[in-house]
Design a protein around this ligand. Structure first.
Ligand SMILES: Cc1cc2nc3c(=O)[nH]c(=O)nc-3n(C[C@H](O)[C@H](O)[C@H](O)COP(=O)(O)OP(=O)(O)OC[C@H]3O[C@@H](n4cnc5c(N)ncnc54)[C@H](O)[C@@H]3O)c2cc1C
Length: 308
């Protein structure tokens, strides 16, 4: 779906929150850590790995950002106790980046240190372009401090990405490669579908060439095929790369990857700050107009959608 052209995307902020909540339930594990642990256990039982996202963006106070960092440390402890195969994905703004670089760094250091103690891993999500430089700086500083259990994300949508990959190549970063969800200005980002796909394939090729472990994060069937082609052309073993998908998006395609012997990690968000994440997911769902219509009809006609 073209994010840019879609009328429904512009309309979404006007949809009442309870409706957004109902139709986005498939994308969110729940509000509490225990909810997320149930989902992670189920994914592990299906042969899938997980990465947890404690929902929260653009924190308004240092205390809130510290609470998110604490929730991440608790999640890591819970994975250890429950012997779950899961790591964490953190958003710099949730750890306080917009309140101050040092606050975010301190929070991130704490999460990475806990993960190190437990032999676990921290992925630093990539947010909109206003945060790219700071996010890469956080990553470099962690690596310079000797933390190897941390990874970055590159967005194929951004024109700077190939340059960033080349700049970081000597560190052989552990990378998640995705298209990039944030709509950026045409001066800095590709806007059309084919250019973003081409950029994704070139970035993946360069990352694999540099010997990086890559999380190929997409639900685009064609890109999944390209991922399989490029990894098998290099003779990579299944433990030398992984595919990644979002909870609730194209699960049948994920099952097929697992059956094919690939590692698949499911991005599993939980927490009370579910709204911004849900809206982004709904904006990408080609069936969103139908869902909203069905939900609206369901509320207008008693007995439908469990609304009686
Ligand atoms: C594990 C993971 C982590 C990510 N981390 C980041 C990050 O750190 N920073 C960032 O900017 N972006 C991140 N993204 C989002 C990513 O950049 C894309 O916005 C998103 O994955 C959609 O792009 P796509 O490659 O799946 O291709 P698309 O062309 O958008 O989707 C391919 C097909 O998948 C289906 N599909 C996609 N989304 C949905 C949906 N919500 N509901 C139903 N069907 C859908 C549709 O059938 C669509 O045609 C992440 C994505 C994944 C999978």
């Amino acid at each position: 779906m073209g994010l840019v052209d879609s009328a429904i995307v512009r309309f979404l902020p006007a949809v009442p929150k309870p409706v957004v909540r109902r139709i986005s339930e498939r994308y969110i594990a729940g509000e509490e850590l225990d909810d997320a642990l149930v989902v992670v256990r189920r994914l592990n039982d299906q042969g899938k790995l997980a990465t947890i996202d404690v929902l929260g963006e653009e924190m308004s106070s240092p205390a809130e950002a510290r609470a998110i960092a604490a929730a991440y440390r608790d999640s890591l402890d819970a994975f250890e106790r429950g012997k779950l195969d899961a790591n964490v994905s953190v958003k710099p703004t949730a750890l306080g980046l917009k309140l101050g670089y040092d606050l975010c760094k301190e929070n991130l250091d704490g999460v990475v240190a806990r993960a190190s103690e437990l032999g676990n891993f921290v992925r630093i999500d990539m947010e909109d372009a206003s945060t790219t430089d700071d996010t890469l700086r956080l990553y470099r500083e962690l690596r310079a401090a000797g933390h190897d259990n941390v990874g970055v994300v590159f967005q194929a949508r951004l024109k700077r990405t190939l340059r960033d990959i080349r700049d970081l190549a000597e560190l052989q970063p552990n990378v998640r490669l995705c298209k990039g969800i944030y709509l950026e200005a045409p001066e800095i980002a590709y806007r059309d579908f084919d250019s973003i796909r081409a950029s994704f394939v070139q970035a993946l090729d360069e990352l694999l060439e540099a010997g990086c472990y890559v999380g190929i994060a997409t639900h685009d069937e064609w890109l999944v095929e390209q991922g399989q082609r490029l990894t098998s052309a290099r003779g990579l073993r299944p433990e030398e790369y992984e595919f990644q998908m979002l909870l609730g998006v194209r699960p049948a395609m994920g099952d097929e990857l697992v059956r094919g012997g690939h590692r698949l990690r499911i991005y599993t968000p939980f927490g009370k700050h579910w709204y911004a994440y849900s809206v982004r997911r709904l904006q990408e769902n080609p069936k969103i107009a139908g869902y909203i219509a069905a939900d609206t009809v369901g509320r207008l006609i008693p007995g439908r959608n469990g609304s009686s």
